[in-house]
Write a protein that binds this ligand. Sequence first.
Ligand code: PEP
Ligand code: MG
Length: 328
Amino acid sequence: RQAAYAALRDVHPTTRDGTRVQVMINAGLRDDLANLTMTGADGIGLFRTEFQFLVSATLPSRERQTRLYRDVMDAAGDRPVKFRTVDIGGDKTLPYLRHDDGEGEENPAMGWRALRVALEREGLLKVQARALLEAAAGRVLHVMFPLVAEPWEFDAAKAVFEGQLAYLRKQKKVLPEAIHYGVMLEVPALAEQLDVLAPKISFLSIGTNDLTQFLFAADRSNPKLAERYDWMSPAILRFLRRVVKSCEGHAVDIAVCGEMGGRRLEALALLGIGIHRLSITPASVGPIKDLIGKVDIAEIEAAMAQWLAQPPVDLRAELTAWAAARDI
Ligand code: PEP
Ligand code: MG
């Protein structure tokens, strides 16, 4: 099987009925870049910039950030890289970045983290924005913001980037050829305002790890709760289908970048609700490309429509049988 997956490296994943599905990888460190060539992925759908911060004893300087982002874009070449601004705070605390009161939090996952930290410590975001904009001189920059709950948070974060862009313009620096702004959908509340947000963004990346823990009020890092929900739950799939529908008519590319997309059955369900972009762990690229080549989108869409209209008791079992009957 491994050899069969390796043979798929140069294959552009396309379904039996001709839909090209984008398969990208999640990454966070320089060492991950080799995976781009190894997997033949369509790009990096989630670059977790906080990894550089987490492995560093002090706040990474702007120069170090710029160097990393430039190396990542060099390695990716023409393929897009979606840089996520730092998702630190919460349980990923840094000794050099603490909440003023110095107290621990009772619920760090839904606490002072990600864009909430970045908007409050604006210096942090300004430096990162400058680093990304300078690294992307003459090329296309994709940047996305984590844990957005309300459209104004996107506006505020984008304004920081635009401020830095104006500065660089004044300095007569080479600017990015284009900047595409996006948002991670991880907080369920944001789904209720996609009509407001969609006209402002070019892409939406669904972080199913956080999204599902918040939808089910079940801590993603608590092993006792691992059985509390299933990604194949009609609640999750209906929710995601609604998100896809809310963005219809807007020029928003939708991707799933949580672990869910790297599992065959889950990926099949996602294809069936209109998601044609996945960003997954590199080891999953082979198995997912293989899956895509065996699927008829029209067929899985029809099956999912039926199951989500009237959910069976065990959707996972239904889908497993459906896939087995088709040798998927
Ligand atoms: C997610 O929440 O699904 C996600 C991709 O981000 P992270 O796993 O880094 O929180
Ligand atoms: Mg997340």
